[in-house]
Design a protein. Structure first.
Length: 195
């Protein structure tokens, strides 16, 4: 994870110091330059050397010339990556005060999930949102139906507890997800069971 405290100029300078290519970012909006520079710094740290990140036909990230599975998430204050050598992986992060999820609950929760997620429980909604987004990233399928394409099993959380484990189904694949609270965010990583 990279907590985004730096402005774009500092992040680009850090890339150049570490010999991470960043010239291709020049034409992008400043917000996107900042995110991409932080991604590249984080991937360099995780991989132990500068790497080139590209995207597959579905828009999912991949590291050129390295056989690993990678997933990336951004918020205005955070960039996080998840890397796995042996299985697909997905990661998502949202700020814990993201009240918009309460207003769009019908777009991502199915009837069974609404039975155990109270309509006014902001944290449970943020957890469910990040879980479903992490699965979509692992599946590399942004067209998945959020409500009926992914089903979360009942989960319980107690206020601000740090880590919880969730279970979910997407088609015929079962997922285990770990959700942590850190730096004012909920960060969820998904992995298929017995992949």
């Amino acid at each position: 994870m990279w907590r985004l405290d730096e402005d774009v100029h500092r992040l680009l300078a850090l890339c150049r110091e570490r010999e991470i290519p960043c010239e291709d970012l020049a034409g992008l909006p400043l917000k996107r330059q900042r995110e991409c520079a932080a991604e590249r710094l984080l991937l360099c740290h995780a991989m132990g050397q500068p790497v080139r990140c590209a995207h597959d036909i579905h828009g999912a990230p991949l590291i050129e010339d390295v056989e690993v599975n990678v997933s990336i998430t951004h918020t205005p204050r955070l960039v996080a990556v998840a890397i796995s050598d042996d299985t697909v992986i997905g990661i998502d992060a949202e700020q814990v005060d993201r009240h918009q999820v309460l207003r769009v609950r019908d777009k991502f929760l199915n009837a069974s999930e609404k039975q155990f997620i109270d309509a006014d429980d902001l944290m449970a909604h943020v957890i469910a949102w990040t879980a479903k987004e992490a699965i979509i990233k692992a599946e590399r399928n942004s067209a998945l139906d959020w409500t009926d394409g992914i089903t979360l099993e009942p989960f319980a959380h107690k206020g601000e507890e740090d880590a919880i484990i969730l279970r979910a189904t997407c088609g015929n694949r079962h997922y285990t997800l770990e959700c942590r609270q850190l730096e004012g965010h909920r960060i969820t990583v998904s992995r298929p069971v017995n992949a």
